[in-house]
Write a protein that binds this ligand. Structure first.
Ligand SMILES: [Zn+2]
Length: 474
């Protein structure tokens, strides 16, 4: 309980760190586009720090494609839209500043169709296009920014106390609900519902997805993910009226819009990966063994992953054999089989599957990461380093990738860069004593001006990171 209160209090401290302009820099009433971008960038760093970010092309790549498709129907926006998927069991998604949208894996795992997922995204995009958050921030900077961080705090507490008593969770939901009631008015929601349906229809989805999704979120909010974190919908008054109003609007749409059928194949893959990797392995196994509403071959793949996560190697091997038999040429199947083979010591099989997966889909960061590791195990360190650098271009603050890169560089005798990457990895794990140790080691090895500059660039990057998190500088 005390701990939970402390987390909230910490976040409210961050609000001031983030929001209050230096006197003379910005006027108190004007929330500029630049302010909004800066806030969004900092908010993203906080999300990345407190939630595991999911960079699976099958999940985040798919959600980004849906958002892109919806965005084509929106009026021009001052910011590029940005989507982050995070690993969390709650059925939730929210828009923050500057067109940034965060989607929880629990939402994808518990919805039933692409129309439903697109509906929730369209609703959030409508909050973005109507600039509801920016307007709230403009009205009152402190409440606006605090609202966003308070929401984060509410969810954070839920995720950090998973499996413990319900007390802290209840507090978390309270924080979330109070924050959200501040954030969106009924009028905001009515607008988002209305424009959300417009975007959906214009982008070619079946708008009935929206009422189905809202009903499902309302029903499942307390069981999803076991986290008990409330969805953004529950915190808003008048859900019945909102659903009723949307049903009426949709009923007036042309017959051919209401009877549109959407291809769910990519949705089902994203859902299966969210369930297989981002829910607990036991319930995942139960889902795939029941294999309801999903292609049999995808169920074999999900079952294989769930078995491997439970270290049931022989069962996993049998399920992978079935899965590869029915769809072995698909890069997702190859990646997952490659990961499994690598984890369980079948290096040649792993390398060949991952190599094919990477060739077919060069932007699959997970495939690249395991391909790099399998390559290094086989003795090709240079290719491994190259592959990890490609991964880090997309996820520059991923501590695990930084740590592997450091290891590979050390194996090649590049100790200075190895220490620098270890230093960054430790900083992003918020282990600052270890960070300082690796920086000192790097400093001891630096001979040239360029090397000293590389070290100070890392120090600057980490100092800024600490500042965003509200941690005192060294
Ligand atoms: Zn809303």
């Amino acid at each position: 309980m005390l701990k939970a209160r402390f987390v909230i209090w910490m976040c409210w401290v961050h609000i001031f760190v983030l929001c209050c302009p230096t006197p003379g820099q910005t006027s108190l009433t004007e929330f500029t586009i630049r302010d909004e971008l800066e806030l969004a960038r900092k908010f993203d760093v906080m999300i990345e720090t407190y939630f595991p970010v999911v960079e699976d092309v099958e999940i985040s790549g798919y959600v980004r494609d849906l958002v892109d498709r919806l965005a084509l129907t929106m009026p021009p926006q001052p910011f590029p839209l940005k989507v982050t998927v995070v690993r969390h069991g709650a059925m939730n998604a929210f828009a923050s500043a500057a067109g940034h949208i965060t989607v929880f894996t629990g939402l994808i795992a518990n919805l039933h169709s692409e129309d439903e997922l697109a509906s929730v995204l369209a609703h959030e995009l409508a909050h973005v296009s109507e600039r509801h958050i920016a307007k709230a921030i403009e009205k009152s900077k402190i409440i606006g920014v605090g609202t966003m961080l308070g929401m984060l705090a509410g969810v954070l507490i839920g995720s950090q106390t998973r499996g413990e008593t319900g007390e802290a969770l209840a507090l978390g939901s309270l924080a979330g609900s109070q924050a959200l009631q501040l954030q969106y008015s009924r009028q905001n929601e009515a607008e988002a519902d209305q424009y959300g349906v417009d975007f959906l229809v214009a982008a070619g989805f079946n708008p009935l997805g929206i009422t189905a999704a809202f009903e499902r979120i309302r029903k499942l909010q307390w069981i999803a993910g076991g986290g008990g974190v409330p969805s953004y919908l529950t915190t808003h008054p008048g859900m019945n009226e909102r659903i009723g109003a949307m049903e009426e609007r949709i009923a007036r749409l042309p017959e051919e819009v209401r009877t549109r059928s959407t291809d769910n194949s990519r949705f089902l893959r994203a859902k299966a990966m969210s369930q297989a990797w981002h829910t607990d392995a036991r319930s995942a196994l139960a889902v795939f063994r029941a294999a309801k509403d999903m292609p049999a071959c995808l169920a074999h793949l999900g079952e294989a992953i769930a078995y491997s996560r439970q270290q049931q190697t022989e069962n996993a091997r049998q399920s992978f054999a079935l899965a590869m038999q029915c769809n072995g040429a698909d890069p997702l199947w190859q990646r997952e089989y490659g990961r499994f083979a690598f984890e369980f010591g079948r290096l040649e099989d792993a390398f060949s599957a991952l190599h094919t997966a990477v060739l077919k889909r060069p932007r699959d960061l997970l495939a690249l990461f395991f391909y790099a590791r399998a390559g290094v195990e086989k003795g090709d360190v240079a290719t491994g380093i190259d592959a990890l650098n490609r991964v880090l271009k997309e996820v520059p603050r991923d501590a695990e990738v930084l740590e592997y890169l450091g290891r590979f560089q050390a194996a090649q005798g590049d100790h200075l860069n190895a220490h620098l990457n270890f230093a960054k990895a430790m900083a992003y794990r918020r282990q600052f004593a270890r960070y300082a140790y690796h920086v000192r080691q790097a400093e001891g090895l630096a001979l040239t001006e360029a090397q000293r500059e590389a070290i100070s660039a890392v120090q600057q990057e980490v100092a800024e990171y600490r500042q965003i998190l509200g941690l005192p500088s060294e």
